[in-house]
Design a protein around this ligand. Structure first.
Ligand code: 1HE
Length: 269
């Protein structure tokens, strides 16, 4: 029996099933600007551990209120006065959650507004696509707080923007927003209206692909990035062997052959 997700189990996240297998996961501590405390991280681990086996076809990841996420819960961190080993284990739980997201095979579209900062940017960069509205801004204020990134920014944010920009953001607290944030790769879409509506549209579109294709897109690409070119080419061939012969693809290929399938055309002007 495939596992089921019970939305009532979640407290710091609001978890809702929509139609077409699209789920919406919303960070739900707006009074704390959705800062990531340990309970929220555990709920993310929970949801994203089960989602790939529970028929979830795409996820919109959102934050409630005016800000997507203020990063590490600095008050919890201050109050707990953690030892190095304690904080290492905190970071390992963040990695558990974010690796489940990036490598889980379920498309995740982040809907961004307001602050996407520190660990909030680490969370957003674990999604497969980022959609920002006009209020969204990105920063890594760790340097100014006497901290360092611990939730994967050195890997994922560097992947998005490159090493020099990443170091600049950390050293100087540089903030990116608007079109420039898209140009440097922090977001893939910027919209005039609600980033949530736009992310939901993209999630619905992605959910129409066959799940095995999406699994490969949202898992294999990341794994292959970690391999040598030789190994990645080999792994790609193996994944394509499985995906491109899946029985569910036959109907789509038949529709192309009998000319009933949509053709790829340029966007209308
Ligand atoms: C928080 C947090 C937080 C707000 N942890 N409680 N992240 C940062 O350095 C970002 C810190 N936060 C901010 O810069 C601002 O709060 C915001 C730009 C996000 C929002 O500003 P604003 O004016 O709307 O809100 P505020 O008045 O600053 O905060 C409202 C409440 O949210 C307040 O709580 P209250 O109980 O006094 O009302 C704040 O304490 C609370 N709050 N941000 C805890 N981050 C694995 S390593 C990752 C490393 C990092 O992520 S470093 C963190 C970087």
């Amino acid at each position: 029996m495939p596992p089921k997700i019970d939305p009532a189990r979640f407290v710091n996240l609001q978890v809702e099933a929509h139609d077409d297998g699209v789920w919406v996961v919303t960070l739900n501590r707006p009074s704390k600007r959705n800062a990531l405390d340990i309970d929220t991280i555990e709920e993310l681990v929970d949801f994203f551990s089960v989602a790939p086996r529970a028929g979830v076809r795409a996820v919109v990841l959102a934050g409630s209120g005016d800000h997507f996420c203020a990063g590490l819960d600095l008050i919890e961190h201050h109050d707990q006065d953690r030892s190095p080993a304690d904080f290492m284990h905190v970071c390992l739980r963040w990695h558990e959650a974010f690796n489940k997201m990036e490598y889980g095979g379920v498309p995740i579209i982040a809907a961004l507004q307001g602050a996407v900062v520190g660990g909030g940017l680490e969370l957003a960069s674990s999604a497969h696509l980022r959609v920002m509205d006009q209020t969204a801004y990105f920063a890594l204020p760790e340097g100014q707080r006497g901290l360092f990134t611990g939730g994967g920014a050195t890997i994922r944010v560097t992947d998005l923007v490159g090493k020099s920009r990443m170091i600049d953001m950390m050293l100087t607290g540089r903030v990116y927003q608007g079109q420039q944030a898209v140009e440097i790769g922090l977001a893939q879409y910027i919209v005039e209206g609600s980033s949530y509506d736009a992310a939901l549209d993209l999630a619905r579109k992605a959910a129409q692909n066959l799940p095995l294709s999406n699994f490969a897109i949202c898992s294999a690409v990341s794994h292959m990035q970690n391999m040598s070119a030789m190994d990645a080419a080999y792994a790609e061939a193996v994944v394509a062997g499985v995906v491109n012969t899946q029985p569910d693809a036959r109907a789509r290929l038949a529709a192309f052959a009998d000319k009933s399938a949509a053709r790829v055309r340029p966007n209308s002007k």
